[in-house]
Design a protein around this ligand. Structure first.
Ligand SMILES: Cc1ncc(COP(=O)(O)O)c(C=O)c1O
Length: 390
């Protein structure tokens, strides 16, 4: 390549999951079975009844066609009903746009909200794709500082101090990727009030909301009739219904915001694939019990992970954990997360992500996606960490 490319793209970090997979491809041969704590992918298969339903629908010629940009009305209606049951209240059909995963919902939100030079306040450690997208768009991610004592919970005074005339949004992930921290509903309400007081948007990425430990609504923002004045929600059905490859997500925002976002949707992807919309509708209408069983199983998996990993002799320490992830301090001062994560691939055949992929000053940490591995694999994973040395 001899021509120049965008300097904004050059400034973006290389995708960390691809980087780790490249380490694995180049690692010495090993007889140890791989323990994959890297990319968050539910370890269980898609529900049989869902795949059965899709098989039947594949012969319908319509399945191969575009849908409206925002998605089929009956699918958005099913999502609206499902969200209302989960949150006690929720968006209208006109306030939902189906997207290519939560990832594209984020691009829709940011391209609609921001121009190059604007700022978005990002809770640190941040889900790496968020700052990557912001930087690619010339939008400045303004990171909060990570304070291990807060175990991933936001500090509202700090967030408020970071707001400037260029700030367009506060961005948080709950339950968090990478810390697993669950932001309490009362704090979310205060974040919303802060956003409203400064007339900016609160963007919540709720990709993991179906793995919350409690059977309670994740927050009560939808009870406020004016929620959409300052709230934007990003959803992923990929994790909820174990459909990550279907690229199934949604943007939830005011109808006026969605109308503007459709300009991006149309020019970017046109619509979410109809097969994915078919899967989402089925999931929302038929899989509540299946989702509830997986939630309980994940909560047990989290407990088991904390018990096994928390062995006093293990020098890796859990700083925060929950839902799908543990955020772990590694014991090797003077070595960054990349060095430790790469050595884990080569010596222990474990793949996980280095802390620095999630924002500045996080070289002392690793992210472990324990949600990827079955309960029975957890003791072996914990043993390999305990016996690991650089
Ligand atoms: C916080 C968060 N947001 C968004 C995504 C992407 O979700 P999707 O696969 O629906 O694009 C992920 C995937 O790991 C995630 O962890």
């Amino acid at each position: 390549m001899k021509f120049k490319i965008s300097s904004s793209i050059e400034a973006v970090q290389f995708p960390p999951i691809t980087e780790v997979h490249n380490w694995l491809a180049n690692a010495p041969a090993s007889s140890l079975p791989l323990i994959d704590l890297c990319q968050a992918v539910p370890s269980w298969p898609t529900a049989e009844e869902l795949t059965g339903h899709l098989c039947e629908r594949l012969t319908d010629p319509l399945i191969a066609r575009y849908t409206p940009d925002e998605g089929l009305p009956e699918v958005r209606m099913a999502v609206s009903t499902w969200l209302r049951a989960l949150y006690g209240n929720g968006p209208e059909t006109s306030e939902i746009c189906l997207s290519i995963g939560a990832s594209q919902a984020f691009w829709l939100a940011i391209t609609t909200l921001c121009q190059a030079g604007d700022e978005v306040i990002v809770q640190s450690p941040a889900y790496f794709d968020h700052p990557m997208a912001l930087i690619a768009l010339g939008v400045c991610p303004v990171f909060t500082a990570f304070n291990p004592e807060r175990a991933g919970q936001p500090d509202l005074a700090e967030v408020e101090q970071l707001i400037t005339p260029r700030t367009r949004a506060l961005l948080l992930v709950t339950p968090s990727n990478p810390t697993g921290a669950v932001i309490p509903a009362a704090t979310i309400q205060r974040l919303y009030e802060l956003a409203a007081a400064h007339n900016i948007a609160l963007i919540l990425d709720e990709t993991y909301h179906c793995f919350l430990p409690e059977d309670e609504p994740p927050h009560t923002l939808f009870n406020n009739e004016e929620w959409s004045d300052h709230f934007i929600q990003l959803l992923s059905f990929g994790k909820t219904f174990a459909l990550t490859g279907y690229r199934a997500g949604a943007l939830v925002a005011s109808a006026a915001f969605i109308r503007q976002a459709l300009k991006v949707q149309d020019s970017m992807v046109v619509c979410q694939p109809r097969i994915s919309q078919t899967a989402i509708k089925f999931g929302c209408e038929h899989l509540d019990d299946w989702v509830a069983r997986n939630r309980k199983m994940m909560n047990r998996r989290h407990d088991r992970f904390c018990t096994e990993f928390g062995d006093d002799d293990n020098l890796f320490t859990i700083v925060a954990s929950g839902a799908f992830f543990a955020w772990v301090k590694h014991p090797f001062n003077g070595h960054n997360g990349r060095e430790v994560a790469r050595a884990l691939v080569e010596k222990a055949r474990i793949i996980c992500l280095p802390g620095e992929a999630f924002g500045p000053n996080l070289q002392g940490y690793l992210r472990l996606a324990f949600g990827n591995i079955d309960g029975e694999q957890i003791p072996e994973a914990a043993r390999r960490f305990l016996e690991f040395s650089l």
